[in-house]
Design a protein around this ligand. Structure first.
Ligand code: NAD
Length: 354
């Protein structure tokens, strides 16, 4: 076994069906008596259900969580935190709501309970990406890591099929980049492969029957594992490109990850042969980039960034921004290769590395 460093993030996880009935007990464990319940406007009624489980422990609700965590929304929520004298946070929803909770926790160190309803995996990481003035800035801090995660598979049954597919691929992206991360280690690689396996196995079942609780459970379990990968080792080119595109063009997060992932894998394949062997072995394919492209397309995902809202003629600016402040990557970031990568993703072409 080669030398490695492994750092585990602390956290308590409740996983199952009907687990939101344990929320009050978990809030008491944290000693919280004046909770602020967070959600997006679309999930306000799910947030009301959560609040009903928490009873008098709820001081108020804030239902304006927004994708890519814009700082003006956080400022609005902070005014409510202060006015209510909140002493804890419950975030119910996907990465957008989790992100808002993390942004508040970063500023206040309030304890967080997260009830995830997508496969984004943010709940398992000490990472916060915030957007201001068209730029997404990412930071990592122990205050950002949620204390408790309550996974209730029942709340994921309503996640639309198209979002389930792309959110699942968002999770797979965390695991793929963990396999070739600079800090890659055998524990995280084991979780990454198990996470990929669970999600890739679950997604076809979810598309056939969105109410299939076994498939939904597998996907949620996989999402947790992939989230741990994201929170434990550094991410590379794929996440850099998605942060750049998300900040510049406000593209839908999970869908954008799905469209970019096969191209990022193709770009990195020659520089990460061991990771490609592991990934190919899990997917049962000699070309993992092509296999994930085919799977996503077969399950109905849009594979063109143009279709997702990226403006015509913007590839050059995106490459410039991505290169200007790069993450570590197994292959050097070459302007020509990255331009080709994004042009392919823009058109929705099959993945090929230049
Ligand atoms: P999202 O949270 O924006 O959710 C998309 C939409 O789906 C929202 O309208 C939401 O209310 C709705 N939704 C969520 N779950 C639902 C359900 N079960 N039923 C019905 N509707 C549901 O999307 P996302 O992809 O989960 O999160 C994206 C955001 O998360 C981005 O801002 C991204 O940067 C962030 N993120 C952060 C990390 C991290 O570690 N910091 C990791 C992953 C994602």
């Amino acid at each position: 076994m080669e030398h490695f460093v492994y750092t585990g993030n602390p956290g308590r996880v409740i996983f199952g069906s009907g687990t939101i009935s344990r929320l009050a007990e978990e809030a008491d464990r944290l000693g919280a008596r004046r909770l602020l319940v967070l959600s997006t406007p679309e999930q306000e009624s799910q947030a009301q259900d959560i609040a009903a489980h928490l009873g008098t422990r709820v001081a108020g609700m804030f239902s304006k969580a927004t994708m890519h965590t814009p700082t003006n929304v956080t400022a609005d929520a902070m005014r409510q935190v202060e006015a209510l004298r909140a002493d804890g946070l419950v975030a119910i929803g996907g990465g957008s709501t989790t992100g808002l909770g993390k942004a508040i926790a970063y500023r206040t160190d309030l304890a967080q309970i997260v009830v995830p309803t997508t496969y984004a995996g943010s709940e398992a990481t000490p990472i916060l990406g915030e957007t201001e003035g068209g730029r997404k800035v990412t930071r990592s801090d122990p205050r950002i890591l949620p204390e408790i995660i309550v996974y209730d598979v029942d709340l994921t049954l309503s996640l639309p099929v198209s979002m389930s597919v792309t959110s699942g691929m968002n999770a797979v992206a965390h695991a793929v980049e963990a396999l070739y991360a600079r800090e890659a280690n055998p524990i995280i690689s084991m979780m990454a492969l198990e996470g990929i396996n669970a999600i890739v196995r679950a997604l076809p079942g979810i598309t056939q029957n969105p109410g299939d609780k076994t498939a939904r459970s597998d996907a949620l379990y996989g999402a947790w594992l992939c989230g741990i990968c994201l929170g434990s080792v550094g991410m590379a080119l794929h996440h850099k490109l998605c942060h750049t595109l998300g900040g510049m063009f406000n593209l839908p997060h999970a869908a954008m990850h799905t469209a970019v992932l096969p191209h990022a894998i193709a770009y990195n394949a020659s520089a990460a042969p061991a990771a490609m062997d592991m990934l190919g072995g899990k997917l049962g394919a000699a070309d993992p980039a092509q296999a994930l492209f085919d799977l996503s397309r077969r399950l109905g995902a849009k594979m063109s960034l143009q279709e997702l809202g990226m403006p015509q003629g913007s590839v050059g600016a995106a490459v410039e921004q991505a290169i200007s402040n790069p993450y570590w990557n197994p292959r050097a970031l070459e302007k020509e290769g990255l331009t080709d990568l994004l042009e392919r993703a823009f058109r929705g072409d099959e993945p090929r590395a230049k």
